[in-house]
Design a protein around this ligand. Sequence first.
Ligand code: ME8
Length: 672
Amino acid sequence: MSNSFYITTPIYYVNDKPHIGHAYTTIAADVITRWHRMNGREAYFLTGTDEHGQKVFEAATKRGISAKAHVDEMCEPFKALWAALDIKNDDFIRTTETRHTSVVSDVLQRLFDEGDIYTADYEGWYSTSAERFWTEKDLVDGKCPDTNTKVEWIKEKNYFFRMSKYADKLRAHIADNPDFLQPASRKNEVLGYLKKDVGDLCISRPKARLPWGIPFPMDAEYVTYVWFDALLNYISAIGYHPDGSTDAFEKWWPASYHLVGKDILTTHSVYWSTMLFAMGLSPAKCLYAHGWWTIEGQKMSKSIGNVVDPHLLIDCYGSDAVRYFLMREIQFGADGDFSHAGLMTRYNADLANDLGNLAHRALSMTSKWLGGAVPALDANTAADDALQAVSDAAVADYRVQIEGMHIATALGSLWRLVQAGNKYIDDMEPWRLNREGQTERLAGVMRRCLEICRVAAVLLSPVAPNKGLELAQKLGVKSLDVADVQLLSGLVADTPVAPGEPLFPRMLALPERIQAVLDEVVPSTVKTVAKVSHKKKPKQEAKVAEETTTIEEAATIEEATTIEEFIQFEDFMKVKLKVGEIVSAEKHPNADRLLALMVEVGEDRPRSIVAGIAAKYVAEDLIGKKIVIVANLKPRKLRGVLSEGMLLAASGTELEGLITVDPGVNPGSSVG
Ligand code: ME8
């Protein structure tokens, strides 16, 4: 593997504010770049803005300002979003910069001199809004098939790029380079396109119609078609020049990856590759066209009003959680649906529960029972060997997957280890080891749990760099070293550790600002939230019914204790009662009478339980209490918060008190 790694995103049009679609591609590029950097490769990550063209010109004219002033302003929100999302790009190219326009101009001249650009009369239906010509059969009801706006018949002289001349070379290149077009489905699409006759590409627009573009060096009456201009950014930014490129260009080209959305597959695979052939250059090693996000089941569009502003998500969840969600929710390459409910569910399930609990349990037990320092390892038991094997496999798989651009699968591999860590805690019962005074074993067990947290911190960091670092700091780890990361012995004994604040505080209900957006935008969208979120929920919560339960309907203690009819023994046996330990308690965000609890019941994660006990108990006083829960009650949402069980309590006309259990009884023990 060569040591230099060059990755690009599309350069985005400045006619809109950036949304989560733009964020998606850029985050993916950032994740991959961070991973390669961690592995010692020299990397160069380019993004930027596409600033010429009809729409930009019209928007500037409408505002009564110059196109240049308009684009200077409009590229800023992109830069600001990348900063807010912790994107570490090495360069940001704007197509209005001289370093770019001069290269475009010189490439045009060179290709013209060499005969790969020629003039001819062109006739066709022209759509101003799509900035392109259509043939008669392309039109839909006589209108532009892309924008559904009127078209006009235009006959004019234009400049053409001899794309047809390089079509065979492109076909051969695809055949000889099986990894060039990814994923495989996209390759088939391009091969389908190449089955037809590939014509030449009209690459000029008369200046009279479109003044905002790069002028043709050999003809001041014409400007360059926006795609011919834009695609060249990938090489102008790194120092290409037809008369002699810089060393930087020689170092980085061909790019390792062009990441694009599937919407711009043809321009990149066909136009760009043939342009490169004409310039005597090879295409990027891989053109990866990812899938498309819809929003709450609908196309994202300004007219529907459902365009998701990434800043809102960052404000509510933090940049790391947004990055994690977008990377984890869908396979890179596949289409996917964004839903606010899906984001919150995954945030709670993966980040707050799985990872957050592992870190919290490992660090707080170490602090409570082992003096708050990394404990010594003891000799491996069979369970410890098995845990090491899970770590070996998870890390190896993560590496293969992320390097194959399967970021979601890579995260899935890491999560297998996180879940194994939680299960290890349940199986090893550190609370029992502590009670029984098995200090050496307790130390060994807690050490391995902390080690898993270290692996998680390292492998999480390309996707969630701040939280990766925060977790590492809690463990006293100074550098996120990926070499031999899988070995559950990488920490330094006696280093101080501290649980501190939770990494990902649990989200009890949709953030108010998000709920307000959903309520406001399109009423039908809100309904879709529930529907879509069912489909998308991770397994654990798939059975949860989305109900609009009121407090009165809730499964309160009163309800359970006023039933006086006889039941059969078998009926009673259906009820599974378990001992639980309350590990956290908070006021319910939407109901004064309810508390939202997290209860450890010896499973791979604590359960979220909503209980109508706020009149009698202050939340903080409940932490550490051992109680009895009905463990097989169908989970439901109570005023928007998931409840996965019910507490047993004594009550007369009102609640008298919780049924508590001897402190020596372990969470998870069955009652009955
Ligand atoms: O096409 N889902 O710019 P653009 C996933 N300037 N990705 C999405 C998305 C969605 N719903 N919406 C946008 C252009 N994207 C040209 C590119 S490159 C030389 C010139 C992402 O602002 C995706 O990467 O329309 C898509 O390809 C890109 O934004 C389009 O950005």
